[in-house]
Design a protein around this ligand. Structure first.
Ligand code: F6R
Length: 610
């Protein structure tokens, strides 16, 4: 969703830093962009556009601004349509204070009315302009004091960066429910909503927590609570390198990330499998291993693609760990009246670690007494920090809006967790060793699938003009069918449905004819014979089949129109392999249809609003 960057230096022009920072957070999704800088004459220069950053760059080229202190923003519309007027930075009525803001102010109407009663007039439809004027109303020559006073009355989620022309060498940031990180550079200080915006300039960062703020000047920075109590924060090292935020020769981040999976799956299991003991050790769960073993029930909570890995996790943990598991959409869980029994464990899965529904659901689970374990990708993210224990997936920065490598890393961590639970219950050391060996073989098997890229591309290109697809799978591959369908619809805008194959005859079969390609995930597992029958049902109605099947399977080959083979592995690990051809199919259909693969319309990388 929206992205924030702010920078203060002694004398360097920071406009290029702001633009570059905004480009780095483009992947989060946005529909307008803008920057503000305090120019050397002491005036606030502002440039904003509706649309993409290239348009902002053109505007700044035509009408340059420059100065050593500034803020920038990419906006994903919530209050008010995408437009130049609603784009951030928003300024106060005096035109001296410029504010960028992520999140939503819940008491925006009340605040706006009270300011209007004091004579303030508003140009935009945004809650951000209300905040800018609220700061202005409280301003008495000290920006941080004005921010503290203003936000005492604000309800809702925010991450902000603000500057004031009357204090040209000062940058103030604050957060509550929306991430904000402080970057410590050689000759500059930064604030950003996402480490990607500042990693080119520094790897030393401080993560703000809720209700905390930072004041940065060219001479240093200080952190306090929003109630002005001093706090000392640890400086942490970002482990990413710049390659992670470049495409490295790939045409899109999504393709690069699909190809990274050989390594990222390896990273997700690195140091966590013990071959001799046929077991797994997850450091972040050390304090919770007994609670997990004794749990009567585990609830896994997530959204979107992470919810699909939760479904696979359910099967894995029930199969291997023999613990009853329920999977919940975070958006439903948070507003239901869920039953949490003593000893229940909630696992939350999130790539970004910032998804608002997941965060709210986890807070609710914690409030009701559950221990919450996070499976999170982004280090230092809110969900990671709020969990009682957790496991990082170590997939590295995922930039393509459609999640790929984060999914397979989540599955790898879930498989390790299921193994760990299984070993403390029913799984023998011999079986455990066999599982470890199978897991260790997965990265090489991913490489094998990726080596078939050209033939998968050919299939994707040939089918790209169809307008409806059905995805079918059974057992472990039912959630993979859901994930394959989600990948296709989100990046190619083709309608696609995922179903458990046996459910087809309870309705969706009515849709099947020669214009409805059916993607069937049919590895040789316990459901193999059954899924062959489902394929017969499709063929009998003239449907075209693209099958994902085990290497050397000639039965499926006879029935399917197109076949993509995957190497053989244990059933619970199959999804890590079977999803990869589906990611590639979706990618190539989207490319063939000329879609904006990395930033599909209407989607945001991290959904920080309801
Ligand atoms: C789909 C996708 C989304 C996310 C969902 C949850 O490709 O990326 O469905 O999976 O928004 O996001 P996280 O995992 O960041 O909580």
């Amino acid at each position: 969703m929206c992205g924030i960057i702010g920078c203060v230096t002694r004398s360097r022009d920071i406009v290029p830093v702001l633009i570059e920072g905004l480009k780095r957070v483009e992947y989060r999704g946005y529909d307008s962009a803008g920057i503000a800088a305090i120019e050397r004459g002491g005036e606030l220069g502002i440039r904003k556009v509706e649309g993409k950053i290239d348009k902002l760059v053109a505007l700044v080229d035509e009408h340059p601004i420059e100065g050593p202190t500034g803020v920038g923003h990419t906006r994903w519309a919530t209050h008010g349509v995408p437009s130049e007027l609603n784009a951030h930075p928003q300024t106060d009525a005096t035109g001296k204070i410029a504010l960028v803001h992520n999140g939503i102010v819940e008491n925006y109407n009340a605040l706006r009315r009270s300011l209007e009663a004091k004579g303030y007039a508003f140009r935009s439809e945004t809650d951000t302009e209300v905040l800018a004027n609220l700061i202005s109303e409280n301003y008495d020559g000290n920006l941080e004091a004005a921010v503290q006073a203003a936000f005492a009355g604000v309800q809702g989620a925010y991450g902000i960066a603000v500057i004031c022309a009357d204090e040209p060498g000062k940058l103030v940031g604050a957060r509550n429910g929306s991430p904000l990180v402080v970057g410590i550079g050689a000759d500059a200080y930064y604030v950003a909503s996402d480490v990607a915006a500042l990693v080119r300039h520094t790897r030393d960062v401080v993560y703000l927590d809720d209700l905390e703020m930072v004041v940065a000047t060219p001479d240093g920075f200080s952190t306090t609570t929003l109630e002005n109590e001093d706090i000392t924060k640890d400086i942490e090292k970002v482990t990413w390198n710049i390659d992670m935020i470049e495409k490295n020769g790939f045409p899109h981040f999504m393709l690069k990330e699909i190809f990274e999976q050989e390594r990222t799956v390896q990273d997700a299991m690195r140091g966590r499998l013990i071959a001799a003991a046929g077991d797994a050790i997850l450091g972040g769960l050390r304090d919770h291993r007994r609670a997990l073993q004794n749990a009567e029930r585990i609830i896994i909570i997530a959204c979107g693609t992470s919810w699909h890995s939760a479904l696979i996790g359910e099967y894995m943990i029930e199969d291997l760990g023999r613990i009853s598991v329920e999977v919940e959409y975070a958006s439903e869980f948070r507003y239901r009246n869920p039953v949490i029994n003593p000893g229940d464990i909630a696992i939350v899965i999130s790539q970004s670690g910032e998804t608002l529904d997941t965060l709210a659901a986890m807070t609710e689970a914690q409030r009701r007494g559950a221990t919450v374990i996070g499976i999170v990708n982004v280090v230092g993210s809110t969900i990671a920090r709020q969990s009682d224990g957790g496991v990082y997936t170590h997939a590295g920065l995922e930039i393509g809006v459609a999640s790929t490598k984060a999914f397979t890393s989540q599955l790898t961590v879930l498989a390790a967790m299921a193994l760990m639970l299984g070993r403390s219950r029913d799984i023998s050391v011999t079986e455990g060793r066999q599982i470890v060996r199978a897991m260790e073989a997965i990265p090489g098997q991913i490489a094998e699938i990726l080596s078939r890229h050209e033939s998968i591309k050919d299939i994707g290109t040939r089918y790209a003009r169809h307008t409806n697809f059905l995805y079918l799978g059974r057992g472990y591959n039912f959630p993979v069918a859901l994930e394959g369908a989600l990948k296709l619809k989100e990046i190619s805008y083709i309608h696609a449905e995922g179903y458990p194959a046996a459910e087809m005859k309870h309705g969706p079969i009515a849709l099947i004819d020669e214009r409805m390609p059916v993607v069937v995930i049919a590895p040789q597992d316990a459901f193999y014979e059954k899924i062959l029958s489902n394929m017969q049902e499709v063929k009998a109605r003239g449907g075209r089949i693209i099958a994902i099947t085990s290497e050397g399977d000639d039965q499926v080959e006879k029935m399917a129109d197109d076949v993509i083979e995957i190497p053989r592995t244990l059933p619970h690990l199959t999804p890590i392999l079977s999803v990869i051809p589906l990611q590639l199919l979706a990618y190539h259909m989207a490319v063939e249809r000329d879609c904006h693969v990395d930033q599909p319309r209407n989607l945001a990388k991290s959904v920080t609003v309801e």
